[in-house]
Design a protein around this ligand. Structure first.
Ligand SMILES: [Zn+2]
Length: 89
């Protein structure tokens, strides 16, 4: 049995569509949490991320969190011995 948690949650998406940030919008946040949330969201916007409001349930159903697109670029082989990774059709 699955319980749906519909607590509002802020997520930040990169232009590629990957969710790289999630923070629950607590119904009764402490001033400290409220500050933290505002700071994080401002930070995400500064990085050019898109803020969306979803639910905790949505986050739970995400298969992956974080962007692998950047990593793929970084992993690109520096020496030709690793070119095996390239797909040969
Ligand atoms: Zn991505």
């Amino acid at each position: 049995m699955e319980t749906k948690d519909l607590t509002p949650t802020f997520i930040a998406k990169k232009p590629c569509g990957c969710v790289v940030f999630a923070m629950v919008d607590e119904p009764n946040p402490s001033p400290q949490y409220r500050n933290e949330l505002a700071k994080e969201i401002a930070n995400c916007i500064k990085q050019g991320l898109t803020i969306e409001k979803v639910t905790v349930d949505y986050i739970r159903n995400l298969k992956t969190m974080g962007c692998t697109c950047d990593k793929v670029k970084k992993i690109q082989p520096k020496d030709s011995s690793q070119s095996v990774m390239e797909l040969k059709v």
